[in-house]
Design a protein. Sequence first.
Length: 101
Amino acid sequence: MTKDLKYYLSLPYRKIIVPAKEGGYVGYIPELNGCITQAETKEELMKRLDEAKKDWLTAALEDGIEIPNKETLQAMQDVLHGKNLSRTYDSADEVMRDLND
């Protein structure tokens, strides 16, 4: 199976959402280093995060950057002991507490 953009877009990458101190929200995909965006509403943030993911994956494929695949994501989920892959947090501190549990 050729791992193309469509394949990678179908994978369940985690989406982390955190309220921004200055208002609105910041969202990122931790498995895709540097894939981050912001918006005023959660709905707009989710759209922008999907666009950022597509742009990140497109650039990675063009530049030959290694992209986490289904097996890697499954291993990460196993390490997280089945925790919810996508989540909205109330603060950056809450993100850090969750990662350290």
